[in-house]
Ligand binder design. Structure first.
Ligand code: ATP
Length: 256
């Protein structure tokens, strides 16, 4: 059974279909890149999976159960979501911001215990944030705050991580850092990842499989070898890219 399964999912707003008959499934432990031009419906797919929006038609199942039937808390125990803005810059410490990732696992009046604090310390270490733990979130740079968002998602211990353009505001060093953190986490814990990425070169390098969307529909699903192809990209993006090979990994990469 796939961890995530979408069957004929559609979302119509003001009679305009913004997601149209989308079907795909994601096996546990895989990382999937959702790519496509502006307005293709990628963010809407993330919102539908995370329960923030309801489909007009179709079925979205997480671990075999309709996400509409999951409570918000239960869903948060299994999925973590990261948006391009990352965490809002509240005046709380990095430690407390990361600790908030434990909330879905606590009982109604239950306070965090030693196990939760230890996990936060461990994750701060893993994400290279220990030196920042007493610093206020609203004084961090965009890249640091995005790292805190990953740390918060890690202590949430989800099965699946949904990322909507997690590298948009980051320089190339921080882009690589964030995507490597996610990759390591995927390899270490069998995390399932679905991420929206505009950068096709990063998508090809960091995802096991790509889903190409256009105008609300899935155009193609496959490996970067299949999807990062001149004709497909010309058709969907109306660009005329050159395809080259990464000198180390041999993965297809594009030059505009
Ligand atoms: N609440 C809404 N009301 C009306 N139109 C909407 C709404 N939400 C999304 N849309 C429209 O649906 C389409 C898909 O939007 P979505 O944000 O999912 O695309 P995207 O692929 O993530 O785009 P981008 O790459 O530009 O972020 C867009 O044309 C958008 O204007």
């Amino acid at each position: 059974m796939p961890l995530l399964d979408l069957q004929n999912v559609s979302k119509t707003v003001d009679e305009k279909p913004i997601v149209n008959q989308v079907s795909f499934s994601v096996q546990k432990g895989k990382s999937i890149g959702l790519i496509g031009p502006n307005g293709a419906g990628k963010s809407t797919i993330v919102k539908l999976i995370s329960g923030l929006e309801k489909p007009t038609n179709g079925l979205i199942q997480l671990m075999g159960k309709d996400v509409q039937q999951w409570s918000v808390k239960k869903l948060a125990q299994h999925t973590a979501v990261l948006t391009q803005e990352g965490l809002s810059p509240y005046p709380i410490t990095v430690f407390d911001a990361v600790l908030m990732g434990r909330y879905p696992h606590l009982g109604f009046f239950q306070r965090e215990g030693k196990k939760d604090f230890d996990l936060v310390e461990h994750v701060l270490e893993t994400t290279g944030l220990t030196a920042f733990k007493d610093q206020m979130l609203d004084t961090l740079s965009g890249g640091e705050r995005q790292r805190v968002a990953i740390a918060k998602a890690m202590v949430q211990q989800p099965q699946m991580l949904l990322l909507d353009e997690p590298t948009t505001f980051l320089d190339i060093g921080h882009q690589k850092n964030i995507l490597n953190l996610v990759k390591d986490w995927q390899r270490r814990d069998g995390l399932t990842v679905l991420m929206v990425l505009h950068d096709l070169n990063l998508a090809a390098q960091f995802c096991d499989e790509l889903i190409l969307m256009n105008k609300g529909k899935v155009v193609d699903i496959g490996s970067s070898e299949q999807i990062i192809a001149k004709e497909t990209l010309e058709q969907v993006y109306h660009a005329n890219p050159e395809i080259i090979r990464h000198p180390k990994s041999n993965i297809p990469q594009i030059l505009l």
